[in-house]
Structures are given as C-alpha cells and as structure tokens.
Design a protein around this ligand. Sequence first.
Ligand code: ARG
Length: 263
Amino acid sequence: MPKHFLMCRPDFFTVEYAINPWMDPAAGADREVAIRQWESLKTAYEELGHQVSLIDPVEGLPDMVFAANGALVVGGGVYGARFTFPERAAEGPAYLNWFAERGYRTQEASYVNEGEGDFLTLDEVILAGSGFRSTHEAHREAQEFLGRPVVSLTLVDPRFYHLDTALFPLDGRNIAYYPGAFTKGSQAVLRHMFPDAVLAGADDAEVLGLNAVSDGTHVVINAEAGGLQLELKHRGYQVIPVELSELRKAGGGPKCCTLEIRA
Ligand code: ARG
C-alpha cells in the first residue's frame, strides 16, 4: 500500500538554538549537506512508490524540516501542533494552513503537542508520548477529535524527547522500540500490548535508529543503526538505509522529516 507523505525541504535549516541535547549551536550544521541528505530520503520514498507532497519552508524556522512535528493526520482529520518552545511556535499554523487550504478537516490544538513526533498511529490505537513535549491533555484532545483510542506513554531520557525517537510502528499491529527511553510502567504497557515487538539496544537508539519509517515491508532507517537493521532483516523486512547525519545534529532522523497523510 503506497503511502502519502508531507515533507519540507531544509532550505533554511540551521542549528542556532538548543532545545534538545543533540543540538549544539556552537558546532552548527552544514545546510548544503542537510539538503543533499534530505533529497536522498525523498528519493528513497519515491522509489518505493510512495507519494511525497511538499510544504514551503519558512525563513527563520530552521526546524521546519521536521515535518512529523507539524500535525497528526488520521482519517482525513488534522489535529494541529502546538509547540513547547517559542522558537518553533509559528510552525503549527504554517502546517495547519497547508491542510486547511487543501480542504482537510482541521482542529487547532488547545494543548501542547508536537504532532507525529509524539503520536504514532497503528490500526487500532494511537500511541502517544509525554514527558518532554506533548501533554496528557493533548492526548485526550486528539482522542476526542480523531475518535481513536490514544494510549499515553511516558518518556524519561532527554535524548529521546519525542516518542518517535524511541519507537516506530513496523505495520499497523507491531512496533520496534528502545525500552530504556520509557518509565517502568510504560515499558510494562508496551510488553503487554506488543509481546512480539522488536527490541532495540542503546547503540541503535543513540544513532536515532528508532526514528524510522516502515510501510510494512520496507523500513527506511538511519544507516548507522546496524544492529537494528540486522534484526529487522531477520524478521523479513527490507531495510533501506539512509544517511541523515547532518539532520541528526538538530536531533532528527528519517521519521522526523516525514508527516504521514492518512486520508
Ligand atoms: N530540533 C527539533 C526539536 O527539538 C527536532 C525535532 C525532531 N522531530 C521529531 N519528530 N523527533 O524540536
């Protein structure tokens, strides 16, 4: 089943503020390299038969490349993002307008949430992260608007500040995740719900290997996450490694650059 993604070219990408432990403004990042790496991610999706739509990047919003944070789109309903930090606040309306202009049913959020960064959609449930960015109130608001059960999980390690840095859906029913990013209680919830999950180790998590995108057959994943790639191959997945090291300097990987549009 081909998917439809929204992406944002990193034309104004920089690392000029630090809102997560990956970001070092003194070290910065190379925009030309970031653009080249981002183009290869887009090409990888297109070669897999997925459709990629683009939103215009906005000058002064260096993190706008991380489209996953822009909204949560389920069943044609678009739940808007409301960012934690003022540096990213203007991205929320920019993404919501993109959808509104195209006739989607949109809902502005009353509570802080960072879109698909913290909401991951499976067939029956939406898994939702909190602890660093998105709030429980937003989890409830998303459930009410989208009409899908939302299961709240709590993140504990600041390096894994969004749910999508520690967990990704393999398909509509199963996931891969790094247990160390979650509270004991949330680990127990995940074990209960997904006894067959792929468990990743610290090495793979630390290169943002869990920030991957699976279409149920192919997994687009950071090139450096070797152990996890091997395990995915054993499970029968086709692994598509991508090099996004420059975007990792802002704390992002393939999934962060990708907002799924579920019509
Ligand atoms: N610099 C961005 C931030 O800290 C990175 C966002 C990464 N996106 C994601 N979906 N994890 O907000």
